[in-house]
Write a protein that binds this ligand. Structure first.
Ligand code: P6P
Length: 339
């Protein structure tokens, strides 16, 4: 039975007992968790809060923004800009990086987030979430401290020092790794605090459940088509077992299911936008989710390369994503190497 301790105590133990994280990172993660609590309150109000529906703006991806997209982004910026832990932030919803204003102390960390992932589900009351990733700013030469710039963010996912998400569903649950496994914290609304409910999360290496948007089937390349066809063939086909399919269209919800009971999630490249490597964002979605999945014993690839090894070339880089139960992801990788 997992000991029911608060997120604060868990992080203090990670800092003091295990020496895993420095104090500034602990404080940063506590601020992010408090911001997620505020976002959860706004999401849970729904129509009562007058925050549903679209804003009259588009984000850098050219997607129409929901009011809650903007609110969540503002909550994260305002919560994190003054604490002295960060040098800068980057958001899926913002064209360029947000450098901590000079009136606030600058820190050594970089925070990236998708403030409200799955926002097409907001108005229909389906789970959505916040995804976050933390990097250390490059070690400046003390003689020439360079102002933080977009280049500082362009580090492979293997350089993350913390990653997580908060899923706003039947429960509000924060899922976090600092490189010492994956822990889950459920929001106790009576206490107003996140309480440890699972730790050392492990994804089963095998699964019977896959998640993909089947409406894109005609656009997939051959290895993905082969993999899904074999799942659909069930026990009469080469896999010799039946599969189930899920697709929430909120990566946070699909990944949370996989961390909780196994499965494989695919958002592969497809020929609708052949010049783009995929739909999902490397820095704000794929990297944090891939680290969580690997920390839970799973695997994450773009079909040909471990996602965490990809060297980003731009802030809003897209990527093809296949992640989850290790034996299934390995099978997908093998299909990509043979076809
Ligand atoms: P589609 C949400 O917009 C998102 O970025 C992910 O959370 C989700 O997995 C995917 O896009 C859903 O995409 O094309 O099925 O709507």
């Amino acid at each position: 039975m997992t000991k029911r301790i608060s997120l604060t105590r868990y992080l203090v133990e990670q800092q003091r007992v295990d020496g895993h994280i420095p104090g500034d990172l602990r404080l940063l993660l506590e601020v992010v968790a408090r911001a997620c609590k505020s976002i959860s309150q706004a999401v849970n109000k729904g129509d009562l809060g007058g925050v549903l529906g679209v804003a009259d703006t588009e984000n850098v991806q050219g997607e129409v923004q929901k009011q809650l997209d903007i609110i969540a982004n503002e909550v994260l910026i305002e919560a994190n800009e003054w604490g002295g832990h960060l040098a800068a932030m980057a958001s899926e919803e913002m064209d360029s990086i947000y450098v901590v204003p000079n009136r606030f102390p600058q820190g050594e960390y970089l925070l990236m987030f998708d403030p409200l992932d799955g926002s097409s589900n907001i108005d229909v009351n389906v789970s959505i979430g916040t995804i976050f990733s933390v990097l250390k700013k490059g070690n400046d030469n003390p003689d020439t401290i360079e102002p933080v710039c977009e280049q500082d963010f362009l580090q492979p996912g293997s350089q993350q020092v913390a990653a997580g998400y908060c899923v706003y569903g039947p429960q509000t649950t924060l899922v976090l790794t600092v490189g010492d496994g994956v822990a889950m914290f459920t929001l106790d609304r009576e206490q107003g605090s996140f309480v440890l409910t699972r730790e050392n999360v492990q994804i089963p290496a095998d699964t019977r459940e896959f998640a993909i948007n089947m409406s894109n089937m005609r656009h997939w390349d051959a290895p993905v088509k082969r993999y899904v066809d074999e799942c659909l063939a069930g026990k009469d086909g080469p896999r010799g077992k039946d599969f189930n399919m899920r697709w929430v269209a909120s990566m946070v919800a699909d990944v949370h299911r996989i961390l909780t009971r196994g499965g494989v999630f695919l958002y592969p490249w497809d020929k609708r936008e052949p010049d783009k490597p995929g739909k999902l964002r490397l820095m704000y979605e794929a990297n944090p989710m891939s680290w969580l999945v690997e920390q839970a014993g799973g695997a994450a690839t773009n079909g040909r390369q471990r996602i965490l090894d990809i060297q980003p070339t731009k802030l809003h880089e897209r990527v093809s994503v296949m992640l989850g139960s290790k034996n299934e992801v390995d099978r997908l990788t093998s299909y990509h190497s043979t076809l």
